[in-house]
Ligand binder design. Structure first.
Ligand code: MG
Length: 157
């Protein structure tokens, strides 16, 4: 089987605060409520990689009720998922992500976000696409009280 797809999703609550991490970039103006550092994009990405491998989700490997995962840097979770992929000899072909966030605007962080993902994934920037959408003011996400991330990817031999 030359190709397999992976799909990941994550959501985190947000509230007034200094900043929260997204793809390892501090986004100013809100803070995240989470057991780990709450990087929604890295969590969805890690889950997408593990799903393409047919593995369990990140909550299985990094439970959110254990002291050792409190405040964990989510890049470690991603590195774990990438390590699992490496063991099986697969590489990532491309990564496509959508962030749904009402506020703040993510445009100022676009360049740094892509650089971070490229470095963490060892994947050329041309293979990484991240787009941001608002929720048009609808519901709790539309009030700015949560961030949602969806990631799909293709792995290949
Ligand atoms: Mg999460």
């Amino acid at each position: 089987m030359p190709f397999r797809s992976g799909l990941g999703f994550d959501i985190h609550k947000l509230e007034e605060g200094k900043s929260f991490p997204l793809a390892g970039v501090p986004i100013e103006g809100r803070k995240v409520i989470a057991h780990s550092d709450g990087d929604c994009l890295l969590h969805a990405l890690s889950n997408a990689i593990l799903s393409a491998l047919g593995k369990e989700d990140i909550g299985t490997y990094f439970p959110d009720n254990k002291a050792e995962t409190l405040g964990r840097d989510s890049s470690n979770i991603l590195l774990f998922a990438l390590g699992e992929r490496k063991k099986e000899g697969w590489k990532l072909s491309n990564v496509s992500a959508t962030v749904i966030l009402q506020k703040p605007k993510l445009l100022p962080y676009k360049k740094q976000r892509k650089e971070n993902l490229s470095r963490l994934l060892g994947l050329e920037e041309s293979g990484i696409s991240v787009r941001a959408n608002t929720r048009e003011g609808i519901g709790e996400i539309g009030k700015g009280n949560a961030v949602v991330c969806l990631v799909s990817l293709i792995r290949e031999k």
